[in-house]
Write a protein that binds this ligand. Structure first.
Ligand code: NAP
Ligand code: GDP
Length: 329
C-alpha cells in the first residue's frame, strides 16, 4: 500500500475520527499504524454533499484516492430512524450510489463500505452471520436505513461481476466512543443516555431511560472498530461482508448499559424507564467467527473501560460535542 491515498468519507464522524485517532497513535509501520508513503484524508460533508453526484465526483477528482473507506451516511438511533424512514432510505441510497460509482469511475483499487447489523432480517435464526443479510424483511423500525444499506452489498457484487471492482463491506454492531453524536433524541442509546445522565446529575432532574430496558445489544468501542477497518483495508480481499463485532455471548441489556453509565458519570440518584417508548428490535446477536478466524484473534477493549474513555471525552468536550438537534436536510 505504499503511496496509497486513503479517502475516508464521513471522516468527521464517530467512526471516521476513531480511524484518524488509531492511524495517528499506533506506531508507524505497525499492523494498524500508518504505513510509509501512505496519506489519509478524512472528508466531511462540507467538502462535498455526497447525495449529489457532481460533488461526489469532484471530491474524488480532488484527492484521487487509491483506497476508500466509505462511512458517510445519514445515521441515527432508534427514534430518529422511526421518524425519518424515507429520508434515511433516500439519502443513504444517493450517498452510496455516488460513492460507489465515483470509486468505479476513478479506478479505486479497493473500497470498503459500512453497513450495520440493523440491516439483518427481523425474523431469523440467531446468531446473525454474513450469509443472512437478504433472507427476510428487516425490523420495521428502521426499514428505510436497512434497505438502503443492504443495496450496497447488492451493488458490490454487481460492480465486481460487471467491472471486476474490488468493493466490499463491513457490518459493525452498535458503536460508541469519542466524537459520537450525543443528541438527546436522535442519537444511539449510549451517547443519548450519557448526555441525559450528565444533565440529571448537573441539574438534579430525573434520569429517564426509554423503553423497558430489556432489549439486548452488542456494543463495539469505536477505537476497536477503527483497527478492524484498517485490518480489512490491508488484509481482506473479498466482496463478501465481514461482521465487525464482539462475540455473540457479549450481549448487554439496556438496563445494564444504564447502570454502567450511572457509574461512569457518577450519578447518585435513581432512574426510571419510560415504557411507553419503543424498545425496537429485541435482540440481534451477531457472530464474529469469520472475523476472528481471518484475523487470528483480536483483543477488544473491556466495555467499562471504553465507556470511561467515552464519558471522559464527553465531559471534556461538552461545549464542542454534538449535543443539539441534528439537521435533517
Ligand atoms: P456520524 O458520527 O453521524 O458521522 C457521519 C459522517 O457522515 C459525518 O462525517 C458526516 O459529515 C458524514 N455525512 C453525513 N451526510 C453526508 C453527506 N450527505 N455527504 C457527505 N458526508 C456526509 O456516524 P458514524 O456513527 O460515524 O457512522 C459511520 C458509519 O458507520 C455509517 O455508515 C453508519 O451507518 C455506520 N454504523 C454506525 C453505527 C453506530 O452505532 N454509530 C453502527 C453500525 C454502523 P459531517 O460531519 O460534515 O456532517
Ligand atoms: P438500535 O440498536 O439500532 O436499536 O439503536 P439504539 O442505539 O438507538 O438503541 C435502541 C435501544 O435502546 C432501544 O431498546 C431503546 O428503547 C433503548 N434506549 C433507551 N434509552 C434510549 C435513548 O435515550 N436513546 C436511544 N436511541 N435508545 C434508547
Amino acid at each position: 500500500m505504499s503511496k496509497a491515498v486513503v479517502l475516508v468519507t464521513g471522516g468527521t464522524g464517530l467512526v471516521g475520527q476513531a480511524i484518524k485517532h488509531i492511524i495517528e497513535s499506533e506506531p508507524e509501520g505497525s499492523r494498524f499504524g500508518k504505513q510509509p508513503g501512505e496519506s489519509w484524508i478524512f472528508a466531511s460533508s462540507s467538502e462535498g454533499d455526497l447525495r449529489d453526484p457532481s460533488q461526489s465526483r469532484r471530491l474524488f477528482e480532488k484527492y484521487k484516492p487509491t483506497h476508500v473507506i466509505h462511512l458517510a451516511a445519514l445515521v441515527g438511533g432508534l427514534f430518529k430512524n422511526m421518524k425519518y424512514k424515507l429520508t434515511f432510505l433516500r439519502d443513504n441510497i444517493l450517498i452510496n450510489d455516488n460513492v460507489l460509482h465515483s470509486s468505479y469511475e476513478s479506478k479505486v483499487e479497493k473500497l470498503i463500505s459500512c453497513l450495520s447489523t440493523c440491516v439483518f432480517p427481523d425474523k431469523v435464526e440467531y446468531p446473525l452471520d454474513e450469509r443472512k443479510i437478504h433472507s427476510g424483511a428487516p425490523h420495521e423500525s428502521n426499514f428505510g436505513y436497512a434497505h438502503a444499506k443492504r443495496l450496497v452489498d447488492v451493488q458490490n457484487h454487481a460492480y465486481k461481476e460487471e467491472f471486476g471492482c474490488n468493493f466490499t463491506s463491513a457490518i459493525p454492531t452498535n458503536v460508541f466512543g469519542p466524537h459520537d453524536n450525543f443528541d438527546l433524541e436522535d442519537s444511539h442509546v449510549i451517547p443519548g443516555l450519557i448526555h441525559k445522565c450528565y444533565l440529571a446529575k448537573q441539574n438534579n432532574t430525573p434520569f429517564v431511560v426509554a423503553g423497558t430496558g430489556k432489549p439486548l445489544r452488542q456494543f463495539i468501542f469505536s477505537w476497536d472498530l477503527a483497527k478492524l477497518f484498517i485490518w480489512m483495508l490491508r488484509e481482506y480481499d473479498d466482496v463478501e461482508p465481514v461482521i465487525l463485532s464482539v462475540g455473540e455471548d457479549e450481549e448487554v441489556s439496556i438496563r445494564a448499559v444504564a447502570d454502567a453509565i450511572v457509574k461512569a458519570v457518577g450519578f447518585q440518584g435513581d432512574y426510571t424507564f419510560d415504557t411507553k417508548r419503543a424498545d425496537g428490535q429485541f435482540r440481534k446477536p451477531a457472530s464474529n467467527k469469520k472475523l476472528l478466524s481471518l484475523m487470528g484473534g483480536f483483543e477488544f477493549t473491556p466495555f467499562d473501560q471504553a465507556l470511561d474513555i467515552t464519558v471522559d471525552w464527553f465531559l471534556k468536550n461538552y461545549e464542542s460535542a454534538r449535543t443539539g438537534n441534528a439537521n435533517i436536510a
